[in-house]
Design a protein around this ligand. Structure first.
Ligand SMILES: Cc1cc2nc3c(=O)[nH]c(=O)nc-3n(C[C@H](O)[C@H](O)[C@H](O)COP(=O)(O)O)c2cc1C
Length: 154
């Protein structure tokens, strides 16, 4: 075993394969989306999930003040969307967003979408943990997931 430092910590965590989500909020008619792989299930009953965002993120304030948000789980055909929303200036004009029941912004053609109410925020280390109650959902059994492993898409 090696002593943990930033470089080997990041490399070690990259050996844990994850799916990819884009979390979206709408504030004052502006849409904010962020590529996130820290998404996880939290509780079955009530239905709860979580994800974390870096305090340094350009849109942390937009997510912090949201009441509702969407979590969009990407399919293997949506790598470009993941790259787009990992940028500080994502392009939104070619995405036909769908409006959810709670006025959330849903990305079409995903493997699954969750419409959530933000219930808790916990500041830990250099990230904020967002805890969400799931209100509405949909999934598509015919699509395959976009997978992230070793800092590459599969
Ligand atoms: C595959 C992948 C997963 C990511 N997961 C997260 C995450 O869970 N939390 C986070 O804060 N940023 C995550 N990021 C980084 C953000 O998408 C974004 O690049 C970063 O916040 C910098 O942009 P910003 O300063 O405009 O927010 C991820 C990026 C990629 C490519």
């Amino acid at each position: 075993m090696k002593k943990a430092n930033i470089k080997n910590f990041k490399k070690t965590l990259s050996k844990f394969s994850t799916g990819i989500t884009v979390v979206c909020v709408k504030n004052k008619n502006a849409i904010y989306g962020k590529t996130v792989n820290s998404f996880n299930s939290l509780s079955l009953n009530p239905h709860m999930v979580l994800f974390s965002l870096g305090n340094y993120s350009s849109s942390i304030n937009q997510f912090s003040k949201a009441k509702f948000l969407s979590i969009n789980i990407l399919s293997n055909k949506q790598k470009k969307l993941s790259e787009n929303f990992a940028s500080s200036t994502p392009k939104l004009e070619n995405i036909n967003f769908i409006i959810g029941k709670n006025k959330t912004i849903i990305i079409p053609d995903c493997i699954a979408n969750l419409e959530c109410k933000l219930t808790d925020k916990i500041k830990k280390g250099d990230h904020m943990i967002f805890i969400c109650k799931v209100l509405e959902l949909q999934f598509n059994d015919r699509l395959k997931p976009l997978v992230y492993f070793n800092s590459k898409y599969f």
